[in-house]
Every structure is written in C-alpha cells, then in structure tokens.
Write a protein that binds this ligand. Structure first.
Ligand SMILES: [Zn+2]
Length: 245
C-alpha cells in the first residue's frame, strides 16, 4: 500500500474523538503522516492536540496568520514543534490591511528564525511583498496551497522553498496551478489537503480531511507523468526534509 504525507491540515475546534476518527480514516487511506498546521489560537491548540494523540503520525506547527491581525495573540511555546506557521499575506481576501499584514508576517518570520524552525507560508495576490519579506528575513520552509503563477513559483524555488499543492489543482478553473504543479522539480514538491477546506474532486462539497489526499496525489501523479507509488514516496521524502529540525 502506498503511504502519503499530508503537509498541511487543520484540527481547529475538533474534539478528541473527532480527531482520533479523522486520524484513523487517514491511516486507512494510506495517509500515515500529517503536518497539523496552526495559524490562530484555535488552530495552534488543535495542532498540539492532534500531535499529542498520535505523536508517531503527526507533526505540529504554530503561528499567527493574517486573519489574526486584530486578535490578541498569546505567546507561542515552540518546543516540540516542527515548523512555525502558517503565516503570510493575503491581499485577495483583505487588501485594506497590507501594512499590518506585512508587519505581522515579518514578526512571525523573525520568531521562526530565532527558534531555527522552517516556516509554513500562505501567500495570495501578494507576490512582491512575500518575496521582499523573505529577502528581509531569509527563511526556509514551505509555500502552502500554492496558487500563484510560474514566475512567482520560480522565484520561490530560487529562494530554496518547497511548493505544496492542494486539491485546488483538481478544480476545473485551476490551469495556473496545474502549470506550476507540472513545473516544480521532483525534489521540491509537497502535497496537502488544507483540510477542513478545499476538498478535491471527486469529494467536492464534503468537509475535507487528510484521508482525501489520495485524490490529489493520483491527480498530480497523472499530471506529472509519474507512477503513484513513485510520486507518493518522493513527496513523503520531501516533506520530511522540509520539516527536518
Ligand atoms: Zn491552512
């Protein structure tokens, strides 16, 4: 049976039995490893809880993303975490707060650097500012749920980042994501669900979960002209590299 690594899933507001059931369904589907991603207080707590329930299968991260610019932010205990994030810029959803998003992003990048952790970055409609932040605070890690164009993809690869592709790649309208997903070299591509959001075809309309990663993996293997077993093994290896301490 193939094994897959979901490089980005959220466990926000899930109770303990829901998390355990989600992890069991993931394992049955071959998704044996998951990065439980933070990004706000609830997601940070959920990630730590998922890791504590299945430390052999789950890595955790914590951080504050652009949606928290107006919320109180508790200090993060980075011990035991494998990454900082998610963090970053979304000028598509909130173009009115660019300066404050950038300030928070720089603060989060600096914290990650201080703790020698890789970062998990969200970036949408903010190519130039994302690149300038990464030049200001040189960092390593993952660009999650990549939806940008080829020039941005190339610039991020040049900075050493891994590019993680979500179920969006299976959506009819996502030609640009497919173009980037074909372009990323074998040793830099990761896959993710970004669950509970963005269920891939043919699961659209459902609450997404790590078990659905297999649909995105099959689609991407086909797109890249690789066998599923080779692609699965490669992305597991890449994800372990990306989050290596
Ligand atoms: Zn996310």
């Amino acid at each position: 049976m193939i094994e897959l690594f979901d490089s980005h899933a959220h466990f926000k507001d899930d109770d303990e039995s829901a998390v355990l059931e989600t992890l069991a369904r993931a394992r049955s589907a071959g998704v044996t490893r998951i990065m439980a991603a933070g990004g706000d207080a609830a997601a940070n707590r959920g990630a730590a809880k998922a890791k504590s329930l299945a430390p052999e299968n789950v890595l955790a991260s914590a951080g504050y993303d652009r949606e928290t610019i107006d919320s109180p932010r508790e200090p993060i205990d980075f011990s035991g975490l494998s990454a900082a994030g998610e963090m970053g810029l979304d000028y598509f959803c909130d173009p009115g707060s660019k300066t404050r998003q950038m300030d928070l992003f720089i603060e989060q990048l600096s914290l990650a650097k201080e703790h020698s952790l890789p970062v998990i970055i969200h970036t949408r409609a903010a190519d130039d500012d994302t690149l300038s932040a990464l030049r200001e605070v040189p960092s390593r890690g993952v660009i999650h749920c990549f939806t940008g164009g080829l020039p941005f993809c190339r610039a991020l690869l040049d900075l050493g980042f891994y590019i993680s592709i979500s179920g969006i790649v299976t959506f009819k309208s996502a030609d640009n994501v497919r173009e980037a997903a074909k372009y990323v070299p074998d040793d830099r591509i990761l896959i993710e669900t970004d669950s509970p959001f963005l269920a891939p075809v043919p699961m659209r309309g459902n609450r997404n979960e790590p078990a659905f990663l297999v649909h995105t993996a099959k689609f991407l293997a086909g797109l890249r002209g690789t066998g599923l077993d080779v692609f699965a093994a490669q992305t597991v290896k890449n994800t372990m590299e990306a989050f290596k301490a």
